[in-house]
Write a protein that binds this ligand. Structure first.
Ligand SMILES: O=C(O)[C@@H](CO)OP(=O)(O)O
Length: 250
């Protein structure tokens, strides 16, 4: 299999709610200082590897948008076209948005906590539209009434993300562009599941680190030449993956 297309996936740097250990989902929190440094470093890594994106796709959330901006600036690619879609947003965490992960684990137990966090098809309870952490009245989603999630499991994310992959990202790849997708832990898990053909069970064990570019070289059928792709800094990725997996533990 020879590499035909170049795709770079980038989860945003550490967010304020990652640092506080809160379920985030669609809540539009900013990066921490550490998250900004991670974003800058991601740009340096791309530049060092000569991986220069021609186009970037992001979610509608600040942490992904700012990560892409900071990284691309360092890589001198601040000028490339940008496309944004709610379909790349983080998984909507329903009524868990804004709750402390460790307290939620203590209250509901390990099994329920992991079902909500990592099972493929068990969504958390839906959020009340008038909850302070609901996006029901957020103008960026105006007119999306039918499509506006109140909670999502990973399966739901796959269903809403894949149409954008097919309609917007794949055509850029087929044109031979190096494509950067700057998104989120769970929207990228959905994409990686699709690319690598990971089963509904095994995807539970896959975590994406913050701020480390993940390179996928794809063959003519858009299949990864190397399963799982390659992190540009594998050591930092391994440490960060462990930290994500451990979230919710005291
Ligand atoms: O809170 C969230 O939105 C996500 C990503 O930060 O967390 P988790 O890794 O627990 O799915």
């Amino acid at each position: 299999m020879s590499a035909e297309y170049t795709l770079v996936l980038l989860r945003h740097g550490e967010s304020e709610w990652n640092a506080k250990n809160l379920f985030t989902g669609w809540v539009d929190v900013d990066l921490t200082e550490k998250g900004r440094e991670e974003a800058v470093r991601s740009g340096r890594l791309m530049k060092q590897e000569g991986l220069l994106p021609d186009v970037v796709h992001t979610s509608l959330l600040r942490r992904a948008i700012t990560t892409a901006n900071l990284g691309l600036d360092v890589a001198d690619r601040h000028w490339i076209p940008v496309h944004r879609s709610w379909r790349l947003n983080e998984r909507h965490y329903g009524a868990l948005q804004g709750l402390d992960k460790a307290a939620t684990r203590d209250k509901y137990g390990d099994e329920q906590f992991m079902l909500w966090r990592r099972s493929f098809d068990t969504p958390p309870p839906p959020i009340d539209p008038d909850d302070e952490f609901s996006q029901a009245h957020d103008p960026r989603y105006a007119g999306r009434d039918g499509e506006m999630p109140m909670t999502e499991c990973l399966k739901d994310v796959v269903v809403r993300m894949l149409p954008y992959w097919d309609s917007d990202i794949v055509p850029d790849l087929r044109e031979g562009q190096t494509v950067l997708v700057a998104a989120h832990g769970n929207s990228l898990r959905a994409l990686v599941k699709h690319l690598d053909g990971i089963s509904d069970e095994d995807i539970a064990g896959l975590n994406i680190p913050t701020g480390i570019p993940l390179l996928y070289e794809l063959d003519a059928d858009l299949r990864p030449v190397t399963a799982g792709g390659r992190y540009l800094d594998p050591e930092a990725a391994a440490a960060s993956i462990q930290a994500v997996a451990n979230q919710g533990k005291h």
